[in-house]
Design a protein around this ligand. Structure first.
Ligand code: TRP
Length: 340
């Protein structure tokens, strides 16, 4: 094992990735591949907390793998795998579920939002115990850092609490992970185009507010040209309000230009000119990703090989942690061991 700090993160294969996922998560992950020992998980078991059409789940899972790779995650350097391929996640998830007080789970904002207004006869229990499985994802790899969005802060706190509770009760076993929320340096926070006061997200915003990574150029242009701007008439980068600030940030993040350069280029220009430039910058940034994605999707067997290798590597680490956990809590080992 290398001595680089371990990073683990995950995305659910439920819904298409958008520009916010790329600039805020995937690209920073890609840039951290030298510095960290990375585990990038596709959390398909988490996707099952909501009803999924099986064929569609399979399709979206493969698409997400291809997008990870197309965005620059290199399976030679980072471990890319499906959560469901490493059974240790489900097993540690159960052990941690049993250690999690219901009160902790009842306080989770995401649970409250998902369950609100729905009959208890209809919401699956997975929505409730979800954070214990997420804790297992992280703790199995002894991750030091978990890059996630602000919306996952509470789940990360619960993961830390669980790690500490386990360590206190059964002896030092888990590294207590730290959340990295928008701290990756290269990461940027992209807001919805149609409502720049909320983060661009697959669930919270409409289709129009969200540039999908696989949107064709015409769609990208149309969405950006309709983006909400400010009440003024011309760009003034220093005083930009949410709408224009978001467009300037997208331009900066997709072109790599500095803040001063962006201000110099757009100050005094109309919003139409800004939007045209942003649209072209986004199209240019996504074009190579889309091309690579199409190549990757054309060879399913190769994608499956990446996943098989990733799962084997992940299992090697996860099994070591789980064996220790099983022993600590008093479960007998499944094999009689040497000398039996
Ligand atoms: N809960 C995360 C989300 O909805 C996804 C997730 C599951 C995750 N397991 C994780 C993220 C482990 C980081 C680490 O976005």
């Amino acid at each position: 094992m290398s001595d680089r700090p371990v990073v683990l993160s995950g995305i659910q294969p439920s819904g298409a990735l958008h520009l916010g996922n790329y600039l805020g998560a995937l690209r920073p992950w890609v840039l951290g591949q030298e510095e960290f020992r990375n585990f990038f998980c596709i959390v398909d078991l988490h996707a099952l907390t909501q009803p999924q059409e099986p064929a569609r789940l399979r399709e979206q899972t493969r698409q997400l793998v291809a997008l990870y790779l197309a965005c620059g995650i290199d399976p030679e350097r980072s471990t890319v795998f499906l959560q469901s391929h490493v059974a240790e996640h489900a097993e540690l998830g159960w052990i941690l579920t049993c250690l999690t007080p219901m009160g902790w789970l009842e306080r989770m904002t995401q649970f409250k939002e998902r369950a609100r207004g729905q009959s208890a006869e209809r919401v699956g229990t997975g929505v409730f115990v979800y954070p214990a499985l997420m804790a297992a994802d992280i703790l199995l790899y002894q991750a030091a850092y978990v890059p996630v969005g602000e919306d996952q802060r509470q789940h990360l706190e619960l993961t830390r609490d669980l790690a500490q509770r386990f360590n206190t009760r059964f002896g030092e076993t888990f590294v207590v992970p730290q959340a990295r929320i928008g701290q990756t340096g290269a990461g940027s926070r992209v807001m919805a185009l149609d409502d720049p006061t909320v983060k661009m997200s697959k669930s919270a915003t409409t289709e129009a507010g969200c540039v999908l990574l696989l949107d064709p150029p015409g769609t990208i242009r149309r969405k950006i040209m309709r983006a909400q701007t400010d009440s003024g008439a011309a760009v003034r980068a220093q005083e930009a309000q949410a709408g224009v600030a978001n467009l300037l940030e997208i331009y900066r993040a997709t072109t790599g230009a500095g803040l001063a350069e962006v201000a110099a280029r757009f100050d005094g220009q109309g919003y139409g000119a800004l939007k045209r430039a942003v649209a072209e910058a986004v199209i240019a940034a996504l074009d190579p990703i889309q091309a690579r994605y199409r190549q990757l999707m054309a060879d399913e067997a190769a994608l499956d090989r990446v996943l098989a290798r990733g799962a084997a590597a992940a299992r090697g680490v996860a099994a070591t942690t789980l064996a220790r956990v099983r022993d600590r809590v008093g479960l007998l080992p499944p094999d009689a061991g040497p000398g039996a």
